[in-house]
Design a protein around this ligand. Sequence first.
Ligand code: ATP
Length: 779
Amino acid sequence: MGENKQIEQKRVDEVREQIAGEISKLEQETSKRKDEVVHIRKYFWDEVKINTDTFDDYLETILGLRQEAQALAVSQSSHRQASKRLATLKRMERSPYFGRIDLREEGADRTEQIYIGIAALMDESGEDFLVYDWRAPVSSVYYDYQPGAVSYETPGGTVNGVLEKKMQFLIEGGHLQSLFDTSLTIGDEILQQVLGKGSNKQMQSIVATIQQEQNEVIRHERSRLLVVHGAAGSGKTSAALQRIAYLLYRNRHQLNADQIILFSPNTMFNRYVANVLPELGEETMQQVTFQAYLNRRLGQSFDLEEPYDQLEYLLTAARTSDYAARVAAIEYKASIPFFDAVNAYRQSLEHTGMVFSDLLFRGNVLISRHELDERFYGTDVSLGFHNRLEKLLEWLIKEVKQRIKAEYTQPWVEEEMQLLSEEKYRKAHRYLAKKRGFKRADTADYEMEDDALARLLVHQKVKPLLKEIRAYSFIHINAIYKQLFQGEEQLKRWTNKPLPSNWEAICAATVAMIDSDRLAYEDATPYLYLQELIQGFQVNRAIKQIVVDEAQDYSPFQFEFLKQLFPATKMTVLGDFNQAIFSHAQETSDFHSLTSLYGPDKTKLIPITRSYRSTKPIIELTRRLVPNGDQIIPFERDGAIPTLTRVKTKRERHTQMAAQINRLKERGFSSIAVICQSAAESRNAHEALSEQLELKLIATSSTEYEQGTVVIPSYLAKGMEFDAVILYDTAVYQDESVRRLFYTACTRAMHELHLFSLGDDSRFLQRAIRDGVLIITKP
Ligand SMILES: Nc1ncnc2c1ncn2[C@@H]1O[C@H](COP(=O)(O)OP(=O)(O)OP(=O)(O)O)[C@@H](O)[C@H]1O
């Protein structure tokens, strides 16, 4: 062992001793806290005296309850904090830190050695840091600079200095495996080592090897909207998760994990990234998919189309005129001109166009939609749309209560009274007695009058109706939405922008879908938006940060929607237009249009161009698949050159493919994906390959992130990565509309990529073939 290594190992040992001491103290404390919590839970009801005889007794009981509940909350929170710290320390015991910088600050008389790890650690005196948290202001020097002049920002201002030395450590199980003085070595050995490893079951934190451009993403705080546009494998998801950990640390007194939402592409992806924050000692944020939100809001009213079903249709349906209309509809309904049209339409509803539903009671019209219409449009426009609706609602409730009185003497009431069960009768009796002021012990003295019982029965029946009225069920949103689709002349009242040429066909298809209680994915957001504009937005002010990953798959319309839904939030948006798989984004190549969301002053765009996931030979191929691929810079990691196998029959393909998979397995690759274009192709591939080897099929409904050998549709593989990727058939990627899907599929490979073509090669491979970055094999 070199002298340096010995010295550093000694320090590692000393720091570990300090960690062990803190662990043992904390273990005692957590067990004490746990006992406290258990005790409070167990004896909760013994500690409070329940007495509700007089008002004072009642008040005292409430106060007692509240005190106990508070004590429980405090103990639970301390226990949670202590457990979290304990878990972090246990991780640090295995690997206390990963970096060191020797920094001489301007004006200081000595150079300080600063060690950086996943969390801070003080020495015994509590005065000096043995380890700095990677998110501390000074730690940014480690990520941003090579030795030389440096500066970093602190809450108190900019600090300048000289970085004299920078070291990286790889410590495992308390042993210093390797150390690198980055001023002496070229390249990034540790990053090489990390990236060279086989893929783990789940995404890992990248804290030890964050790159400068990623660090900017992680630490940027000023803007309301941060937009990160980065190549496939450039670490956008990783940086986003590190950023969440950073924001939680920086704002630890104002922000907690519940106030952050990560919008992810699917549930399987949620599982894939679930470990990163806990690994860093932070609680994990809320994770949702946009679809889950739509389902929650609209799922009861409609059979809602899933985004992947929309895609599957686009990939597999015959190219008819219906198909062209659908593609045009998807693009238009995602656009800002349509968003503006919906807003203008809603404005116009102030004067005309609202559609109401008849209010029925026991199948009969109690208040007709014409009455509602007259009433609404009879109120003064200057009151404002929502006030007028509010007034209508108040009138309605009053009117229903009034009109319902006519029911008291109807024969159905008499009939129901006769048929009332014993128990229901007793309940009604008890209720009315109480209402008449009878004490509990004296209720038997109350003689129930028939007409009181009749009123009670009618009121019980009308209750659900009143509840529905309060939820605005009398507004016929379906009909109002459909009015947008009554032909070109109609829509032109609300927009002066060009409409798709097949607008009439789009109108017919949209109305037909809604009439059969189905809602296409492209209609879901506009429909919900219109509903919110009419009924009042159900906003969420509690959320302070939202992070949208794979943002190229969200329409401008959806972003406007998110902005209104979360009025108090800052937004981080990460994506790559080369991977835009939904057809509304086919024409777009960057996020500049998002600048209008909050305005240029509140928006920051950060591009990341370096790609880390794949070996250099793989990136040399994938960057030749997209028009602007020359801007993608590969990280220098060597590996096998991708192959292209041309086969003549399906049988030949499956035999060759199975042999390739077996070879990869023998070489120790544990995650291998056969990527197909669609779910339909995946099912066929799975069936054929299963005859030769064991492999799993991943479908849209899958929630687990599977290890091993899998067959997966291209659009589901996005965001994920595999040791080796086998592309099932390049021949199906000919149309420009699937170029990005092809790129997405190929960029999932970390170490090896093998392509197969049955018949023609994909035309997008021409350049790669010409440039010789592919080995072509013919069986
Ligand atoms: N600084 C880094 N240190 C170590 N590993 C890194 C770093 N940056 C990225 N990686 C690794 O590169 C791979 C790709 O990262 P990630 O999935 O975050 O990229 P992405 O930009 O979201 O990719 P895509 O858009 O293709 O889904 C991951 O395995 C990640 O761990």
